[in-house]
Write a new protein. Sequence first.
Length: 328
Amino acid sequence: MVGVSRTRDTGPPAPLQLVVGDEEFLAERAVSELVGRIRARDLEVELRHFRTSEVVPGELAGHLSPSLFAEGRVIVLTHAQDATKDLVAAVADYARDPADGIVLVALHAGGAKGKALLDVMKKAGAHVTTCNRITRADERSDFVHAEVRRHGGSITNGALATLVEAVGSDLRELAAAAGQLVADTGGKIGEPEVRRYHRGRAESSGFAVADAAVAGDRRGALEALRWALVLGVPHVLVADALADAVRTLAKVGSAGRGDPNRLAGELGMPPWKIRKAQGVVRQWRPEQLAVAIAAAAQVNAEVKGVAADPEYALERAVLAVVNARTPR
């Protein structure tokens, strides 16, 4: 993996694991892959996460003690650079004789801060995975290339350069983009596919979803919703945007066809927003808006804790608004 280096680790994972580096995404993935390897051998293994500064030595000792039934366990200590002297001492004591079936993983940002725990783990023979921050453009390109291969795809040099330029430096977004493009293209990625993807990113906000829905654009609304979900736009923001769009239409519609600049103060919204809504609301009848408002209100409640599947709830609400605008 680009940005990641490991000491040799064959056979069962070592009982002491050290993940060092300030590239958060790579560190999270390293832990995830480690847990996957362990669960391939023991499906029932238990995973426990603790922030180092929030766990006391006695509590940690309890989690590191073998259970009566010898269940497997992975204990992950994040922010190991924040460990207190007492916790470092507790880890040092445990590291002298790790318990069977328990894997202790420490995530350390690297650098001089909190180096004591780092040294203790290394001295005890911990397996080390280094996750260095990726800062150069060529490193990001190598990372994306590796991600595409990881998903079983291929990408041209031109597409690679276009994708890195379009998405930026965030590894999490680059990884998501690479995986999505492989899934959408069947594995062969060229510049046209990347440019379509980039256009999708630009149209992935909750407001893009709402705009397409109130315009009655079924395909556009669902595509924008899909991109929003893929790129991690929070469900609540999409629902809020949908509610804002239909409320705006209702307010502007009831105000009539007045001058947007004059109506701005009365309606409490900028003239451009009123002007935009005036162009859309004439395609809506009051009873249609009532249906859309009800759908938006329902999905707002659902994504805030009621719905078991908020993504399905959003899709259903988007279709309800589109269907209200263009009933079949």
